[in-house]
Ligand binder design. Structure first.
Ligand code: DUC
Ligand code: ZN
Ligand code: ZN
Length: 475
């Protein structure tokens, strides 16, 4: 052991937190940060960060890993490949979803999901719940008990036949969130409008992937966002609207805030870097790769999302990683066929590229500050889901989960990524930065070239209450 007792000192770091940037050495003992300062005594291991930016490890609070699917569909990433990919992209904590199937108990869904994670994760993880069948037993017993055990957030869907809740059911779930201090995440799209539009498109023979975007125009998101806000107002409980795609939903959220409502919002890289044209400008099937919901919009809406990231509209920036292989019968070609858009699984990969995309085009592109980057990608997700200050910051007592950034040209190429998906929607994009090193609990897991597996050492985290500060009424 070194005289100081430090296991590691990261020296000469440009430390970035959600509130400040400053120069410091970071000392680590037993997996936690124990000291920040200049000229700290030497550690058993030393890493010279030489003026490079060091941020807290990313917290990806919306990703889907090994979520049970109806056959033949299957997610490409399980907890092993998904968390490997996360670590190589600087994300050190993931929060995927334990999804209740209709008719299933919530407990059983949680037990099954623990089984899927067991012994596999390279990074720490917590679970959100997906409530698809809010029976009296779920509302009165299972949900309150699970909240008390550290599952303090749950997602409800306003669309997808196998998951959606009606307004009365959503009110019931929101009431439980209020009573027990949990956070409800809402997928806001109007299911009936989507079905009606989809049938009309199909009747006209418009079934190519690009018509997915036509079946889910912004107004279906706007209407559902407005309704979700109204439901939360009725119950008087904060909510978080997930994967906001553009202007119309943003306007609803700004309206809610202006009226003093506690409505949080999340957005994702696909709404900054993709447009509906990525689903195809002709009837090519390749556009299936970018099918996700809500769909990406257009350049003007990308700017609306950038503005919202900058001005505080958005609380968190997540990947919504939903990994399906393109050229696979369990993925975007179900059963090996090129099918109508209705049958193409929704979702794109993004765990590994989330941080570098925002750091490169946001921070180095001059669109957001470094502090805002940390807030959106790490601190606020940790606060929203009750993991702060253990996660989401660089401070004494926090886990030593760190990213040391390399600035320089980096071309995104799926061959260099670590997920189990056979494509990335961002293939060929040139970025200005990539994580040069990821540390988890003070251990190097990614050094910019090599991945150092720590399979099974990722720990399950029980979440506490959300600790986000009540928001100002503007913006
Ligand atoms: N939309 C979702 O709601 N979940 C997973 C992927 C997607 O596109
Ligand atoms: Zn969703
Ligand atoms: Zn999702």
């Amino acid at each position: 052991m070194s005289e100081s007792g430090f296991d590691l000192v990261v020296r000469n770091a440009r430390v970035a937190t959600a509130s400040d940037c400053f120069d410091a050495d970071i000392a680590v003992r037993n997996g936690r940060i124990v000291s920040l300062g200049s000229g700290l005594a030497s550690g058993r291991r030393e890493i010279d960060a030489a003026g490079r930016v060091v941020t807290p490890g990313g917290v990806d609070a919306h990703c889907h890993l090994d979520q049970p699917m109806a056959p033949p569909l299957r997610m490409a990433d399980d907890f092993e490949s998904g968390t490997r990919s996360a670590a190589c992209g600087g994300t050190t904590t993931v929060i995927p979803f334990a999804a209740q199937a209709k008719g299933q108990s919530l407990r059983a869904a949680v037990a099954d999901y623990h089984h899927r994670a067991e012994g596999k994760a390279h990074v720490d993880y917590a679970f959100h719940l997906i409530v698809s069948d809010p029976t009296p037993e779920v509302l009165e017993n299972e949900l309150p008990a699970l909240i008390a055990e550290g599952y303090t957030s749950f997602k409800v869907y306003m669309t997808y036949d196998d998951l959606k809740l009606d307004d009365g059911q959503i009110l019931d779930v929101l009431s439980v969130a209020r009573e027990h201090g949990a956070l409800a995440m809402i997928h806001a799209e109007n299911a009936d409008c989507i079905e009606w539009l989809t049938k009309r498109l199909e009747a006209a023979g418009r079934t190519a992937p690009r018509f997915h975007a036509h079946s889910r125009p912004m107004l279906v998101e706007r209407e559902a966002t407005h309704r979700a806000i109204a439901l939360s107002e009725l119950v008087d409980v904060p909510i978080l609207i997930v994967h906001v795609s553009g202007r119309e939903a943003v306007e609803q959220i700004r309206w809610a805030r202006a009226h003093g409502l506690q409505v949080h919002a999340e957005t994702c890289p696909q709404y900054l870097f993709l447009t509906a044209e990525d689903l195809g400008i002709d009837d090519s099937y390749k556009g299936a790769r970018c099918i996700c919901s809500p769909p990406p919009r257009d350049k003007a809406n990308q700017q609306v999302i950038w503005d919202g990231l900058n001005d505080g509209l958005f609380t968190v920036f997540s990947s919504d990683h939903a990994p399906f292989r393109y050229d696979a019968p369990e993925g975007k070609k179900p059963g090996g066929e090129e099918v109508a858009f209705r049958h193409i699984p929704n979702g794109i990969p993004g765990l590994e590229t989330r941080l570098a995309l925002l750091y490169s085009e946001g921070v180095l592109g001059g669109r957001i500050t470094l502090e805002k980057f940390v807030e959106l990608t790490s601190t606020n997700p940790a606060k929203a889901y009750g993991l702060h200050p253990r996660k989401g910051t660089i401070a004494p007592g926090a886990d030593a989960d760190l990213v040391i950034w390399n600035e320089g040209e980096y071309a995104i190429d799926n061959d260099r990524l670590h997920h189990a998906v056979d494509y990335t929607p961002y293939q060929g994009m040139t970025l200005r930065a990539w994580p040069g090193m990821t540390l988890i609990g003070g251990d190097v897991v990614w050094d910019g070239q090599n991945f150092y597996p720590r399979q099974g050492r990722g720990r399950f985290l029980q979440c506490g209450r959300p600790t986000l500060r009540p928001m100002r009424s503007r913006p």
